[in-house]
Design a binder for this molecule. Structure first.
Ligand code: COI
Length: 355
C-alpha cells in the first residue's frame, strides 16, 4: 500500500472550551482520512486532508441504495499521557465482515489500523483528557458511482473522521429506561443485523423516536420472526444477570457482534463468573423479574461503554431492575474496562495499542 500523504490544515478550528460537556458527535477535528477504490485499481491514494464537506454526484449510489458500512472505536488519553486504541484490529476485522455482506471490496486491516493511528497522531491535540472523555473514531465506506441502477459499486470512498466525546447517553452511568419493542423489528437472520451498516440504524429510528416520546432512552429489540427472544438495544448489546449467572443473547445472524460485548464476556470469564450466550426469551425475563432472579441488566457498546438498565417497559408491565440503580457487576465491568482503556489498570489481556 502507498504511503499516506498528509496535507495539514492552514485554518485549525477552535476546540471545544468545556471538556465536561462534549456530549456525543457534536465536534469534529481538523483532519480526515480518505482513500479511493476503483475497480481494476483497488484501494489507492490514501491521504489525510483538512476536514471538509465531500462533493458527491446526486446519483451517487450510497444516497439511493445505502451501500455503506461503518465502524466505531475510540482513542483514549491515558493517565500516563500516552494515547491508546482499544482492540483496533477487531474493528477492522468487523469492517471487512460488513464489507463482505454489502459487496464492498475488503480493506487491508493492518493498513486501516495504521491509517487510524496516523489520523489520531495528526489531530492528537484534539484528544480530550477529562474524566470519561475520549476521541471517537468513525471509519466508514460508501459507494460513489453516479449510477441509479441497482448493483455493487465500482467506485467507493473510505473515510475516517474523529470526534472528541463524553458520555453517549445524557444519563452517563445512571441507569437508562428501555422500552421493549413489540411492533417494529430491526433485523432477521439472513438480513444485515450482524454487520454495521447505516440501514440497520435507519430501520431503528421510528421505534426509537416513539420510545423517546414515551420517556424511554432506547428500545430493546426482539427477534424479527417469533418476536419472543431479546436481541439487542438500539446502540448496544445487552446482558442480564439471572440468579447469579450472566446471560447474553447468542449471535445468530441478526445481532451485532460487539467488541465491548466480547470484552465483557472475556472479563467476566476471567473473574470466574458464569456467562452463557443463548437465546433468551422475553417470557423468561418477565418470569425472572417476578421471582426476584433478574438481578441486573446492562448494555455494552463502544459509544455507550456500559450502560445500566434500570427499567424495562414491556407492554403494560414495568420492570424495575435492581431498584433502578446500577448493579455491582455492571459497575465492576465499567471500572475494569475503563481502567484498561484509560491506562489506570494493567492491560493483562493485551487489548490496548499505543498510537
Ligand atoms: C458504537 O458504539 O460505536 C456505535 O457504533 C453505536 C453508534 C451507532 C453510536
Amino acid at each position: 500500500m502507498e504511503a499516506i500523504r498528509i496535507e495539514k490544515t492552514k485554518q485549525p478550528k477552535a476546540k471545544p472550551s468545556d471538556q465536561g460537556s462534549l456530549g456525543f458527535g457534536r465536534y469534529y477535528t481538523d483532519h480526515m482520512f480518505l482513500m479511493d477504490y476503483d475497480a481494476g485499481r483497488g484501494w489507492h491514494s490514501p491521504r489525510i486532508v483538512p476536514y471538509a464537506p465531500i462533493a458527491l454526484d446526486p446519483a451517487a449510489m450510497c444516497l439511493h441504495y445505502g451501500q455503506e458500512v461503518f465502524e466505531g472505536m475510540k482513542a483514549y488519553c491515558g493517565a500516563d499521557g500516552k494515547v491508546r486504541l482499544f482492540r483496533p484490529e477487531q474493528n477492522m476485522a468487523r469492517l471487512n465482515l460488513s464489507n463482505d455482506r454489502l459487496c464492498i471490496p475488503p480493506v487491508d486491516e493492518a493498513f486501516a489500523v495504521e491509517a487510524v493511528k496516523a489520523l489520531v497522531r495528526t489531530d492528537a491535540d484534539w484528544i480530550p483528557a477529562a474524566e470519561g472523555t475520549s476521541l471517537y473514531i468513525r471509519p466508514f465506506i460508501f459507494a460513489v458511482d453516479p449510477h441509479i441502477g441497482v448493483h455493487p459499486a465500482a467506485h467507493l470512498l473510505f473515510c475516517i473522521i474523529l470526534s472528541p466525546v463524553g458520555a453517549y447517553y445524557p444519563e452517563g452511568l445512571n441507569p437508562v429506561k428501555i422500552f421493549v419493542e413489540q411492533a417494529y423489528v430491526r433485523s432477521v437472520r439472513g438480513g444485515m443485523g450482524y454487520v454495521k451498516t447505516g440501514g440497520n440504524y435507519a430501520a431503528s429510528l421510528k421505534a426509537q423516536e416513539e420510545a423517546h416520546k414515551a420517556g424511554y432512552t432506547q428500545v430493546l429489540w426482539l427477534d424479527g420472526i417469533e418476536r419472543r427472544y431479546v436481541e439487542e438495544v438500539g446502540t448496544m448489546n445487552v446482558f442480564f444477570v439471572l440468579g447469579g449467572e450472566v446471560v447474553t443473547p447468542a449471535l445468530q445472524g441478526s445481532i451485532l457482534g460487539g467488541i465491548t460485548r466480547k470484552s465483557c464476556i472475556e472479563l467476566l470469564q476471567s473473574w470466574g463468573v458464569k456467562v452463557t450466550e443463548r437465546p433468551l426469551a422475553l417470557a423468561e425475563l418477565l418470569e425472572a423479574a417476578k421471582t426476584g432472579q433478574l438481578e441486573e441488566a446492562f448494555g455494552s457498546g463502544t459509544a455507550a461503554v456500559i450502560s445500566p438498565i434500570g427499567e424495562l417497559r414491556c407492554g403494560e408491565e414495568t420492570l424495575l431492575i435492581n431498584g433502578g440503580k446500577i448493579g455491582a457487576l455492571s459497575q465492576r465491568l465499567y471500572d475494569a474496562l475503563t481502567g484498561i482503556q484509560w491506562g489506570r489498570a494493567q492491560d493483562t489481556f493485551g487489548w490496548m495499542q499505543e498510537v
